[in-house]
Design a protein around this ligand. Structure first.
Ligand code: ZN
Length: 294
């Protein structure tokens, strides 16, 4: 399989670029759902009941004037991640291959001039730094929602929401070196022409989606506003890593309704199958995923 998929949004060249993927334990994607029930949901959809496969797929956008990468992947945490859940078979998953996949697509880190950080979970910021601790994308601006930045550096707020300490440490390690140059966003303006941050809080307090628009065409990168297509069909089910439960569900409802109503092309970071493109359509109590036939 190619690890990249090229497509157009108006004048922009976009590429879905694989950072591998990972098998999560079933219970981590079904918070407060009895395990037997969760397995039933999976079986009904002909999915394996021993784990949930979740791709890590990044979006690269060449606007003609700017080359922007949304998030930086899991980076060095890929290897650690594979050992986190010994009960789940991860022999065949390869989290942390973004640089190889970019190279396959003919892109080197140095030519990227913008990084949009959707939120500061390890699978989205783990590739911010290179092995020596320098910036992996040395010629890029890094932009993140201000609320997200402030949250991860607040002892009080992370403690109040019971964020596991390793998550805080990984966020701070990968954000701190950006402190002098980072762009902190607090409104939904274009970052570069055609690329706009959209506030979608809940999964984390300053989570953003990314709107990409050119020449009358539009696509929405929803990042982790929804984690897996099954959460479209089960609109009240959270995952273990959603930081603000009620806000996660409210954001899911508003962005999914909007995407369905406007029939917007959606890029979803963790939605199988690669290249993570498709449409969200209304279905029963919630919605469902209609992958683009690539
Ligand atoms: Zn994620």
């Amino acid at each position: 399989m190619d690890n990249f998929y090229r497509f157009k949004i108006g004048q922009f060249t976009c590429i879905s670029v694989s950072d591998g993927g990972f098998n999560y334990p079933v219970e981590s994607l079904f918070k407060d759902v009895p395990l037997e029930k969760a397995r039933e949901y999976l079986a009904e959809r002909d999915l394996p009941t021993t784990h949930v496969y979740t791709p890590y797929t990044l979006l690269f956008i060449d606007t003609g004037r700017h080359k922007v990468l949304v998030d930086t992947g899991i980076g060095k945490y890929g290897a650690i991640t594979k050992t986190l859940f010994p009960e789940v078979d991860n022999t065949d998953t390869t989290p942390g291959i973004i640089l190889e996949s970019l190279a396959q697509a003919g892109i080197v880190a140095q030519e990227i001039d913008g990084i949009m950080i959707t939120h500061a979970h390890p699978d989205h910021i783990g590739g911010n730094l290179d092995a020596e601790g320098g910036l992996q994308f040395p010629n890029a601006f890094y932009a993140i929602w201000k609320e997200e930045w402030d949250f991860w550096f607040s002892d009080e707020r992370t403690a109040a929401l019971q964020v596991p300490p390793p998550f805080i440490e990984m966020a701070r390690t990968n954000l701190e070196p950006l402190r002098e140059s980072v762009i902190l966003l607090d409104n939904e303006e274009e970052i570069v022409p055609g690329i706009t941050a959209v506030a979608t809080p809940g999964h984390t307090p300053g989570h953003i989606a990314i709107s990409v628009a050119s020449d009358g065409e539009q696509m929405m990168h929803i990042s982790d506003a929804v984690i897996h297509p099954i959460h479209l069909e089960l609109p009240n089910v959270l995952i273990r890593y959603d930081v603000l439960p009620e806000q996660t569900l409210a954001t899911r409802r508003s962005i999914c309704d909007q995407m369905a109503r406007e029939q917007t092309l959606v890029f979803a970071h963790h939605f199988p199958p690669f290249p993570n493109l498709g449409h969200i359509e209304k279905h029963g109590e919630g919605w469902r995923w209609r992958p683009l036939e690539a």
